[in-house]
Write a protein that binds this ligand. Structure first.
Ligand SMILES: Nc1nc2c(ncn2[C@@H]2O[C@H](COP(=O)(O)OP(=O)(O)OP(=O)(O)O)[C@@H](O)[C@H]2O)c(=O)[nH]1
Length: 203
C-alpha cells in the first residue's frame, strides 16, 4: 500500500482535553477579552467539542471503509458517479472552513462498493486539516489502492473562507482541483463523460 495512505491511517497520540481547553482559554485572553466572564467561561469546552466534530476524521480508517465490496453487479462495468457530495473541511494554514462539493467516480473492475462509503471517505479526509490538493489526491488514491478499479476521478470545487473573510478578501472565488487515474487519465472521451455527468461540462 502507498506510503502516504499508510500515514493517513495512523492514529496519533494527542494532548488531553484539559490541555486543549487551556489552549483555547489562552487564545481568548490573547484577544484582549476576559475568559472568565459569563459569556466566555464555557467557550473552551464548546470550541473543543466543535474541534472534535471538525477533526473526527483522524479517528477513522479510510481504508477499512472501502473493504466491504459486492461482486453481484450484473456485469455492470460502466462509470459510477457520486456527485454533489457536500464538503466541509478546514484549511491547514489558517484553520478556517473551506466549503464546497466533491464529485467522485470510478470504473469498477468486477466489484463495487456501497455508494455511501464514497461519501464517508470524502468526510474522513475532509474532517482533517487540509489543503484542497491533498484532500483531492487522498480520496482518489485511497479508492484506487483499495478497490483497484479501472479508473478513478475526483473533482472538488470549494470556497476557502481564508480568502473571503480575511487576507485577500475575495468573495465568490472557488478553487477547483481534480485527480484522474487509470482510464480517466488516458481517455479524453471518458474524462469528458465524467465532467458532463458531474455537471461540470464547462471545466
Ligand atoms: N494551494 C492551496 N492554498 C491554500 C489552500 N488553503 C489555503 N491556501 C493558501 O495558503 C496560503 C498560505 O500563505 P501564507 O503567505 O503562508 O499565509 P498568509 O500570510 O496568511 O497568506 P494570505 O492568505 O495571502 O494572507 C494562502 O495563499 C492561502 O490562500 C489550499 O487548499 N490549497
Amino acid at each position: 500500500m502507498d506510503a502516504l495512505i499508510e500515514t493517513a491511517r495512523k492514529v496519533r497520540a494527542r494532548p488531553t482535553r484539559a490541555q486543549a481547553e487551556e489552549a483555547v482559554r489562552t487564545l481568548l485572553a490573547w484577544t484582549g477579552d476576559d475568559p472568565d466572564r459569563e459569556g466566555l467561561v464555557g467557550t473552551p469546552d464548546r470550541v473543543v467539542r466543535a474541534y472534535e466534530e471538525f477533526f473526527e476524521g483522524y479517528q477513522d480508517d479510510p481504508v477499512a471503509l472501502l473493504e466491504r465490496t459486492f461482486e453481484e453487479t450484473g456485469n455492470y462495468n460502466e462509470m459510477v458517479v457520486l456527485r454533489d457530495i457536500r464538503l466541509e473541511s478546514h484549511c491547514e494554514h489558517h484553520i478556517i472552513p473551506l466549503i464546497g462539493k466533491a464529485h467522485v467516480a470510478y470504473l469498477p473492475d468486477r466489484r463495487v462498493v456501497g455508494i455511501s462509503k464514497l461519501a464517508r471517505l470524502v468526510d474522513v479526509f475532509a474532517h482533517r486539516l487540509q489543503i484542497q490538493e491533498k484532500l483531492t489526491a487522498q480520496i482518489a488514491d485511497t479508492i484506487q489502492s483499495v478497490l483497484q478499479p479501472r479508473g478513478v476521478a475526483v473533482v472538488i470545487d470549494a470556497a476557502h473562507q481564508c480568502m473571503t473573510t480575511r487576507g485577500v478578501h475575495k468573495p465568490g472565488v472557488s478553487m477547483v482541483t481534480s485527480r484522474l487515474l487509470g482510464e480517466f487519465e488516458t481517455s479524453e472521451p471518458l474524462r469528458r463523460q465524467f465532467f458532463a455527468m458531474a455537471g461540470m461540462g464547462g471545466v
